[in-house]
Design a protein around this ligand. Structure first.
Ligand code: GGG
Length: 352
């Protein structure tokens, strides 16, 4: 029997609307083909929300998010705030607040490498081939949520973690490692940071419950280097909020582009699915954005959010088929790409 699910679409800012249009279209197609009823509602967040309501996360959006079965999100951000360090209300605050309010403490970021894109990466194909990494980025702690202070000549962001926050993300990562390659790398900066020493201590304790999983602890600077030197050595990676943000942007180059990386944020309630890329205002509204990260986020929603493995596989193979047929958006095209197959957002969405 088909499922019935309420999905809240939050396009956000910049290219968010263009890419989520295609994520939503894929969900509609899957619903029709597999007999599921997906109903959609829409809400504001980020710069668009600030312009309309004065706040980046309106109460109405939060209420709708809590009442939905899953959220498909685009991106937040606007150049206006990036160039104004004194801005008190910022688009990103909405994203951070909704993660906290929904208890979305685990952000899964698979570094999925499509063979057809080996040449799109700046790394050598022989270094890349066979890479398959699943990042667990902690999402509701760290400097993102610690106390902030500012005087004219001083600024401070407090980095803090509680034991339970490290333990619950470590458990999620170990559970995944148990059914994947049985290897887990915990990334920290325990030679310098007290929060990282707690992080390492807790991961070591959790590791004892998973004797079949091989655990490695790595400093973040070394991990950044190993990721481009030998990405195949990683399977499951678990790390704190800030380190995870930076390392996964770096790892997007393994997959060929930021436009290819999807993510799932899970925790206590409704799951939140979004591309890792931001609002890319420089290309917004020009039909240039890559919709594949949003479409692959839908695959994660189907699999992780709704337990629909076959449907998720259908989405991933549709992306694979479009790439195998030679179709590319500008960000994943290279000198060997047939120019007639370089597509805009809309045409790539339609191909999938
Ligand atoms: N779709 C991801 C997105 O909109 N990112 C913009 C951003 O500023 N995110 C903050 C963060 O993830 O740390």
């Amino acid at each position: 029997m088909g499922l019935s699910k309420k999905i809240l679409v939050i396009p956000g800012d910049g290219i968010g609307a263009e890419v989520t249009t295609w994520g939503k279209a894929v969900l509609e197609k899957i619903g029709t083909d597999f007999g599921h009823t997906f109903t959609f509602d829409e809400a504001l967040m980020g710069h668009e929300a600030i312009e309309a309501t004065g706040t980046s996360l309106p109460d109405e959006t939060l209420a709708k998010a809590k009442a939905s079965d899953a959220i498909l999100f685009g991106a937040v951000g606007h150049i206006k705030y990036d160039n104004d360090p004194s801005a008190k209300v910022r688009p990103e605050q909405g994203l951070l607040k909704i993660r906290k309010e929904l208890g979305l403490y685990a952000n899964l970021r698979p570094i999925m490498l499509f063979d057809e894109l080996l040449d799109a990466s700046s790394l050598k194909p022989e270094v890349l081939k066979g890479t398959d990494i699943l990042f667990f980025r902690e999402l509701t702690g760290d400097v993102y949520f610690g106390e902030k202070k500012r005087t004219e000549d001083f600024a401070s962001d407090l980095m803090n973690y509680n034991r339970y926050e490290v333990e619950r993300i470590a458990i999620k990562a170990y559970e995944a490692a148990k059914v994947r390659g049985k290897k887990l790398c915990s990334v920290d900066k325990a030679n310098v940071l007290e929060t990282s020493r707690l992080w390492r201590e807790v991961v070591q304790e959790v590791a004892k419950r998973y004797p079949d999983v091989e655990t490695e602890h790595m400093f973040v600077d070394n991990a950044a280097m190993q990721l481009v030197k030998n990405p195949k050595k990683f399977d499951v990676v678990v790390t704190a909020n800030l380190f995870g943000d930076i390392l996964t942007d770096e790892a997007s180059q393994i997959a060929g582009s930021m436009g290819m990386l999807a993510s799932a944020s899970i925790g206590d309630g409704t799951g939140f699915f979004e591309p890792i890329h931001g609002s890319a205002h420089d290309i917004a509204g020009q039909d240039k954005a890559n919709p594949l990260a949003s479409i692959l986020s839908v695959a994660l929603m189907l699999e992780i959010g709704f337990g629909l493995k076959e449907e998720a596989k259908k989405v991933t193979s549709a992306v694979d088929k479009a790439l195998k047929a030679g179709y590319r958006t500008g960000d994943i095209a290279d000198s060997k790409t047939d120019k007639s197959k370089i597509l805009g957002t809309k045409a790539m969405g339609q191909k999938v």
